[in-house]
Design a protein around this ligand. Sequence first.
Ligand SMILES: NC(=O)c1ccc[n+]([C@@H]2O[C@H](COP(=O)([O-])OP(=O)(O)OC[C@H]3O[C@@H](n4cnc5c(N)ncnc54)[C@H](O)[C@@H]3O)[C@@H](O)[C@H]2O)c1
Ligand SMILES: O=C(O)C[C@H](O)C(=O)O
Length: 343
Amino acid sequence: MVKAVVLGAAGGIGQPLALLLKANPLVTELGLFDIVNTPGVAADLAHISTPAKVEGYLPADDGLKKALAGADIVVIPAGVPRKPGMTRDDLFKINAGIVKDLATGIATTAPKAFVLVISNPVNSTVPIVAEVFKKHGVYDPKRLFGVTTLDVVRASTFVAEILGNLSLSKDIIVPVVGGHSGVTIVPLLSKSTHPLPASLSTTDYEALIKRIQFGGDEVVAAKNGAGSATLSMAYAGAEFASKVIRAVNGEKGISAPSFVPLAADPAGGAVLTEELGQELEFFSSTVELGAEGVVKINPLGSLTDAEKALVKAAIPELATNIQKGSNYVIDIYKKEEDGPARL
Ligand SMILES: NC(=O)c1ccc[n+]([C@@H]2O[C@H](COP(=O)([O-])OP(=O)(O)OC[C@H]3O[C@@H](n4cnc5c(N)ncnc54)[C@H](O)[C@@H]3O)[C@@H](O)[C@H]2O)c1
Ligand SMILES: O=C(O)C[C@H](O)C(=O)O
């Protein structure tokens, strides 16, 4: 029995993601929450002949609480997407508050659920969820995930394109580490299960790295003001959710890259920290999954000089993004504790 919940379920990602979760035979209950349209989305999905019982909720009448009751896995694609010319960090102002409020709902109603954060900027929204959970005394770093799967999916597809065989893309695995924005997205092409052609020029290699790092911009530009990646994200989100659900159901040997707290690792990510040469509270690396969430965070291992340079270039922005997310919540709680300012 697995109850999956989508927060932001009526959106561009939320609807196709809910569809894919409804199609997952391991999901037996599907809770859909959004500030609009969830009754319609739920009624529509409920006619699909798969096991999941679907319910849609709006904020009225404790809808968030009802959606989250008994949740095993909560996926969060709630929030605004980018328009051309914006960075993911430009979304912080609006999305930080949305994610904080939803995280508070999870912390109070479904504190044991696995939480998969899609809302951007992921490098900051995941720390926001962590701080909310810490405040409520329910933080389990092994159960919190930033969804970076779309970067992995793009890397597989773009490498398959270069190899001239798209049908290979489902087998191609390229670890993508770091975070989820621009230079913080670090594809480790030397570790691809399918090596790039030896004849690939340095210019083409660099263009491939850039395309993986800025794949989101390609979609934002093509949608021309109508949002960012939704369908590919729903696919990626459902793939990652399915891995978490399979691991929770006892399947062994499941792993995937994800932006996770280093505290989730039994050794606190000590090897990874040594490799990075700097302490970071969160980093995306390949994580091994088990019934209780993260079992181990794999270190990066041997890298080419070009990859070492990419990792180095990612760290300052990543550290700033993480701090921004954590401070946002810490400051709010501090102000609440201090009470209203005296006149
Ligand atoms: N992690 C990734 O790889 C990745 C990929 C693509 C998009 N994203 C991000 O996902 C987010 C959603 O993108 P989208 O294209 O689906 O946007 P969208 O605008 O189509 O949908 C967002 C949904 O969130 C809902 N929402 C807003 N505030 C809410 C709240 N307080 N509670 C519940 N629902 C709320 C909206 O009503 C809307 O239905 C954006 O922040 C986007 O940047 C992340
Ligand atoms: O690019 C975006 O803003 C959405 C998402 O993070 C993506 O990588 O497609």
